[in-house]
Design a protein around this ligand. Structure first.
Ligand code: AMP
Length: 398
């Protein structure tokens, strides 16, 4: 069974073709600058060199058509006919309160994704464009939506409700939703496999740290709290997003400086976080380098990031009434030896002891706590595409 996994942005489309018998990736690629001058496609058949080309790609429909042409290509393709394609799985950012699980896409599902556009105005419209493009180009292929928010739908009301007048929740659905759910789900389950213990016995804090970051408390395989909220701004410091703030300070700033809601949103999403504090870059590699040469604001950004993660680990251990494992994933979590060390050191009071030499790895699965650490600390590279492909296989096979 072959499944195509798509992650559609407003001007980009990432894809991976899976053979779901072996769960191997047969080919993958990126279509970039859709609808913008100089559109490109980069396609890689597993085991071969990548092929790239620049061509006119005015919309997602043309992008999907181009992807199918590459997948059928005699030299670098991975399908002999489109009939081999059993299903398409989409990453969809927001499923609101309707979807606690992945679903086969029909008109009703499309309507709900559309209803959730106000909750994810940048992402859901792009996801919808991708789904509709596949409907046009591959009308007979079933499609599945896998939501970033779904895994966190198990949070109890005490964790997802904000302290605003309750009617704002009832009428406007203002609540914590959380994101990166597919990643938290994958690394929590993989952790249980690595530790050889049933997930329903484990209390895990999963730290997804990339350009966007979130921490989740996963108790018995269910998300019970997470650091992102209604939006993708709160929680720990991110590349360009602010993390936790006092909302009154934002109102104060807007009033004092005459900043419009749109401009404020830009500040919170694009000018804050590691970039805003350091004034150097949103990329943690640049920050680590600057900090190593004594740059004070780079050092502050690094310290704020790691301090924030430590606070969430402590809070979530208390929230769950215990902790068995701490897991690092995504670009920073998988690769930054320094960040893992700064977060992990001095957590012995929780029963978590980092092994400095085991921590000296990048981008691969490892247990990085000492042998006698009661709480295991792990690095688990995330694999959201595999979760999407698996859910798609399960749903399409009925
Ligand atoms: P992601 O959004 O998951 O792709 O993660 C992107 C983040 O990972 C960026 O801030 C990168 O600087 C960071 N990152 C990637 N590789 C490294 C590395 N070797 N050391 C530190 N940070 C890294």
């Amino acid at each position: 069974m072959k499944v195509l996994v798509l992650n559609c942005g407003s001007s980009s489309l990432k894809y991976q073709l899976f053979d779901m018998t072996s769960e191997e990736v047969l080919a993958k690629g990126l279509v970039d600058r859709i609808g913008i001058e100089g559109s490109t496609i980069k396609h890689t058949k597993t085991g071969q060199a990548s092929v790239s080309s620049t061509t006119d790609i005015p919309n997602h429909k043309v992008a999907i058509r181009l992807v199918t042409e590459h997948l059928l290509d005699a030299n670098h393709g991975a399908l002999s006919s489109l009939n081999e394609l059993s299903a398409v799985g989409h990453r969809v950012v927001h499923g609101g309160e309707k979807f606690a699980k992945s679903v086969v896409i029909d008109q009703e599902v499309l309507d709900v994704i559309e209803d959730c556009v106000p909750l994810a105005p940048l992402h859901n419209p792009a996801n919808l464009m991708g789904i509709r493009a596949v409907l046009d180009v591959l009308p007979d292929v079933p499609q599945v939506a896998v939501f970033d928010t779904a895994f966190h739908q198990s949070m109890p009301p005490k964790a997802f409700t904000y302290g605003l007048p309750y009617h704002y929740y009832e009428e406007s659905r203002l609540r914590r939703y959380g994101f990166h759910g597919t990643s938290h789900f994958y690394v929590a389950n993989r952790t249980a496999e690595i530790l050889g213990r049933p997930i329903d016995e484990l209390k895990i804090v999963t730290c997804h740290m990339g350009n966007g970051s979130s921490i989740a408390a996963v108790d018995g395989g269910k998300s019970v709290d997470t650091s992102l909220g209604f939006s993708t701004v709160p929680g720990i410091l991110m590349g360009t997003r602010a993390g936790d703030l006092d909302p009154v300070m934002v109102l104060h700033l807007m009033e004092q400086e005459g900043i419009s809601p749109k401009a404020m949103s830009h500040i919170l999403h694009k000018e804050s976080g590691v970039l805003g504090i350091s004034g150097i870059s949103s990329d943690l590699r640049d920050i680590e380098e600057a900090a190593s040469t004594g740059n004070e604001r780079a050092t502050l950004a690094l310290e704020m990031l790691c301090y924030g993660v430590r606070k969430y680990i402590g809070a979530y251990a208390a929230a769950m009434g215990g902790i068995d494992a701490i897991v690092f994933t995504a670009g920073i979590g998988e690769n930054s030896i320094l960040v893992r060390q700064m977060v992990g050191e001095g957590l012995d009071f929780l029963g978590a002891s980092l092994d400095i030499s085991r921590n000296n790895i990048r981008g691969k699965e490892a247990i990085i706590s000492t042998d006698n650490s009661r709480v295991k600390i792990l690095v688990v590279p995330t694999n959201e595409e595999l979760v999407i492909a698996r859910d798609t296989r399960t749903l399409v096979n009925g």
